[in-house]
Every structure is written in structure tokens, then in C-alpha cells.
Design a protein around this ligand. Structure first.
Ligand SMILES: Cc1cc2nc3c(=O)[nH]c(=O)nc-3n(C[C@H](O)[C@H](O)[C@H](O)COP(=O)(O)OP(=O)(O)OC[C@H]3O[C@@H](n4cnc5c(N)ncnc54)[C@H](O)[C@@H]3O)c2cc1C
Length: 259
């Protein structure tokens, strides 16, 4: 993309990003358009093509040239132990990630610091993870349960409330921060819903890992791509034939149910 501005646009759109979100970031003319899928993960290209078409339609000055397609897959688990046989399970290796939107950087850094403190003999990693991180992880499980129950109409209401609050307080982080913070309601909700949301992982080498599976596709996830999205897919195939690379194309790694 040859735009010179630096910008970040995030959107909640249940068609383009089933159960999750999509975004556009441009820094010094280099851009990224991304979509995250909590459901319907097979043939993920069609979601990306439709998302690119959406951003092109809403930001007509994009002037986009495809370079590369990248992707990744998150891992969401709650474990009985985070330290075993001298190994520290930090960040995503310990499943420490926000279950609602897949944000894992803060928890990766935070758990890394806690592990370092343990190695230096200052504290106990296992106890620290439980005390400091788990309340946030449990809150995010409750948030995910709530997110699974809503669609575009509620997203719109949430965004309006967020913008209104930002206008009033002059700071957008207050409203959104509250969503992630542990509360009495969310701790109760976690207790009720976690047995249904997390499934035991038999391959966890005795660490008692419970994993959050991605969700089954809904009826509304089946739709015909727009003409523009089809053209974007064809454009990408042409760039690929000329040598452009894809770093992630393993739909087969995803459980059948969520495809
Ligand atoms: C597209 C995308 C967008 C995201 N956006 C956000 C965001 O906006 N905000 C946010 O908070 N989070 C975001 N996340 C999630 C976040 O990036 C991860 O949760 C976070 O980076 C996890 O950090 P980590 O250190 O646990 O693991 P990683 O960042 O995955 O680091 C693990 C490292 O270990 C290396 N490694 C693996 N196996 C071995 C081995 N056997 N030997 C040696 N090295 C090995 C890997 O190569 C890698 O470098 C995003 C993730 C993706 C995929």
C-alpha cells in the first residue's frame, strides 16, 4: 500500500471475522489487512478476500499492492500446572492468552517476568501465575462465552457505548479496560460455563491441560463471496504465481468441527 499515513482501523463484523475481529494497519505505506476466525476456519482465504474487499470499498485511497499472506493459530488453555520438571510454561506455550480476542502479548511478557523472578529465587512461578494472571484468564473465558452469544447488532451497541464513553472521559482505554478486568459477575460466570467450554487434552504430559476448542460454523457463516472478493482472490493467485509467499496454509491443522 502506498499510503503514507500511519493508521489502525479495527472492526467487529461477524461476517468477515466470525466470532472475532478484523483490522487494517498502515505504517509508512506498508499495510496489513487481517481477519481472525473463531468459527469456519476452512478455506480461510475467502474471509480474507472479503475483508480486503470491504476495506477497499470503505477506504478508496488504499492503492494496494499484494506482497505476502501470513497467518497464525492461537492456543487457549487452562492448565493444572505451569511449571513442571524444571520447565516453565510461559505465554502461549502455557495457553496464557486472552480467550476473547486472542491477545497474548501482555500475558507472554508478564508470565516471562514471573518465570524470571522464580529462576532468580525471588518468588514461585506457579503461585504467581495463579495470583496475578489467572483472574484475567478466567475473565477472558467468561468474555468469550458472552461473545459467542452475540452478533453484529450487539457489537454495534458496544462500539457506540465505547465511543460515547471515550468522548465523555477523553480516554478510550477506560471503557475497554473494564471489559478485561476481573469482576464478581465474571468470576461467577466463569465457574458456571468453564466445564462446558474447556475440554481435557490427553496429550498434555500430565500437566492437566484443558483446551478451548474453536467453535462450530453457524448457518450465517455460509455465504457467496462478492464479485470483488473473487477478483481479489484471483489477483492474489497471480502474484503467487510470480513468487509471492504464503506463510500459513494449513487448514488441516484445525479441528474438523470449527471448519
Ligand atoms: C496475526 C496475529 C495477530 C495478533 N495480534 C495481537 C495483538 O494485537 N495483541 C496481542 O496482545 N496479541 C496478539 N496476537 C497474539 C500474540 O502475538 C501471541 O499471543 C504472543 O506473541 C505469544 O507470545 P509467546 O512468546 O508466548 O509466543 P511466540 O510469540 O509464538 O514466541 C514463541 C517463539 O518460540 C519459538 N520456538 C518455537 N518452538 C521452538 C523450539 N522448539 N525451539 C526454539 N524456539 C522455538 C518460535 O519460533 C517463536 O519465536 C496476535 C497473534 C497473531 C497470530
Amino acid at each position: 500500500m502506498r499510503n503514507t499515513c500511519s493508521c489502525f482501523y479495527r472492526q467487529l463484523n461477524d461476517k468477515l471475522a466470525p466470532g472475532s475481529y478484523s483490522y487494517l494497519i498502515i505504517i509508512d505505506g506498508v499495510g496489513l489487512i487481517c481477519t481472525c476466525l473463531w468459527r469456519k476456519q476452512k478455506k480461510s482465504d475467502r474471509f480474507l478476500n472479503e475483508t480486503i474487499a470491504w476495506y477497499e470499498a470503505h477506504y478508496p485511497n488504499l492503492n494496494r499492492t499484494p506482497i505476502k499472506r501470513v497467518g497464525g493459530k492461537g492456543d487457549f488453555t487452562i492448565n493444572r500446572s505451569y511449571k513442571q520438571d524444571g520447565r516453565y510454561y510461559v505465554g502461549e506455550s502455557g495457553g496464557l492468552q486472552d480467550f476473547m480476542w486472542g491477545f497474548g502479548m501482555r500475558m507472554a511478557v508478564w508470565s516471562g517476568v514471573l518465570a524470571a523472578n522464580d529462576i532468580l529465587g525471588k518468588s514461585d512461578y506457579e503461585a504467581d501465575v495463579r495470583k496475578h494472571l489467572m483472574p484475567y484468564v478466567r475473565t477472558s473465558v467468561a468474555n468469550r462465552w458472552l461473545m459467542n452469544r452475540v452478533g453484529d447488532r450487539t457489537f454495534k451497541r458496544m462500539c457506540k457505548a465505547w465511543m460515547k464513553d471515550q468522548k465523555k472521559r477523553g480516554d478510550g482505554l477506560i471503557w475497554i479496560g473494564k471489559l478485561f478486568r476481573p469482576s464478581f459477575f465474571k468470576s461467577i460466570l466463569y465457574r458456571i460455563v468453564n466445564p462446558f467450554m474447556l475440554t481435557k487434552d490427553p496429550k498434555s504430559m500430565g500437566r492437566g491441560v484443558r483446551r478451548m476448542p474453536f467453535r462450530k460454523a453457524l448457518k450465517r457463516d455460509v455465504w457467496e463471496p462478492s464479485d470483488r472478493a473473487v477478483a481479489i482472490g484471483e489477483q492474489w493467485n497471480e502474484f503467487r504465481r510470480k513468487g509471492a509467499k504464503v506463510s500459513f496454509a494449513k487448514d488441516t491443522e484445525t479441528e474438523k468441527k470449527s471448519q
